[in-house]
Design a protein around this ligand. Structure first.
Ligand code: AVJ
Length: 319
């Protein structure tokens, strides 16, 4: 219990050096920016779960419906008995849809957040008794050695949620190459990608009527203040979501509504009214762009499924 409390009360522990370094360098840049991966502390993960239930946020429910409908097609093409390797498994909410259809030889969830990983791996083991589950706590941006215990059967990578959309093209391509390296000879990859669509629909998905996404974005400032000893005046900031057409992405920013000065980790920063901290990119893809990016990362698309409104796609690719 004491351990649990210590872990949740960051003031009593050392700040994560990577978080500190990213925030200090990000706030020192001409366009202030903090990488989107720092959204996901406990509260941030809860708020993201709430986002996935919002009426405006179509990606999660659209992808789930696609997996429900097409997991048997994936199983038919990929064949049974592959080990399924999930990247950024998080809560593994969509995994049972795939595992039920494909009857894998093993399941390997990979995530940087060890707490979440072990909880969801345990829940999955209960649901699929007899399935070997081997969670790995790691950053999947680099190739990872898979446990020998999963055997040599070809692997099926699973990367749902359009998480790849957080990355710019060069980084996304590096990631796809790292995944090919991790998965090895004969591998396939099932990946979810959000589609380019009507601007109003995209903006609404990232600026919902209940302001849950605003709370998710602003929570980053609370996290900085708490974990890095900051005094950012959070009420002086507002959530902004805008479509960047040239880059085909939704951008989230935190905009200062007045001139502000603050300290983070002993360092002083100033922002003018209207200046922003860029907190997230969420890239959207057309059919060609999706395939082109996969190809650049070493993957040939062999099947693709989308919903009737072409809002979201799941693609199956092979090395
Ligand atoms: C988890 C990166 C897929 O980009 O849609 C949701 C995160 N940000 N609402 C996305 C997010 C604001 C989400 N991804």
């Amino acid at each position: 219990m004491l351990l649990e409390m210590d872990r949740n009360n960051a003031a009593t522990t050392e700040p994560d050096p990577a978080f500190r370094a990213d925030v200090l360098s990000g706030l020192s840049a001409p366009q202030k920016a903090v990488p989107a991966r720092w959204f996901y502390d406990r509260r941030g993960s809860e708020l993201f779960e709430a986002i996935t239930d919002l009426p405006e946020y179509y990606p999660t429910r659209t992808e789930r419906a696609l997996l429900e409908r097409h997991a048997p097609d994936v199983a038919r093409i990929a064949g049974e008995g592959r080990a399924v390797v999930e990247f950024g498994s998080g809560s593994s909410a969509k995994t049972p849809l795939l595992l039920t259809a494909i009857d894998p030889s093993a399941y390997v969830p990979i995530d940087i957040s060890g707490d979440f990983l072990r909880e969801s791996a345990a829940a999955l083991s209960q649901r699929f008794p007899g399935l070997p589950v081997h969670p790995i706590e790691a950053n999947f941006m680099h190739p990872i050695a898979l446990p020998p215990a999963i055997g040599r059967a070809p692997r099926l990578g699973f990367f749902p949620g359009s998480t790849i959309g957080n990355l710019t093209a060069p980084t996304a391509v590096d990631l796809l190459r790292a995944m090919a390296g991790t998965l090895g000879v004969g591998a396939m990859l099932l990946i979810g990608m959000d589609r380019v669509k009507d601007e109003a629909e995209l903006v609404a998905a990232y600026d919902d009527a209940q302001s849950v996404t605003a709370a998710f974005n602003l929570n980053l400032l609370h996290r900085i203040n708490r974990e890095l000893g900051g005094d950012i005046p959070i009420e002086a900031f507002r959530h902004v979501a805008r479509w960047n057409d040239g880059e085909a992405r939704i951008e989230m920013h935190l905009e200062a509504e007045s001139d502000v000065g603050f300290t983070v980790s002993g360092q002083r920063f100033a922002m003018r009214r209207g200046e922003t901290i860029h907190t997230e990119n969420s890239h959207k893809y057309g059919q060609r762009g999706a395939r082109l990016m996969l190809a650049a990362g070493g993957w040939t698309t062999i099947a693709e499924w989308t919903d009737p409104q072409n809002r979201f796609a799941i693609l199956l690719a092979e090395v």
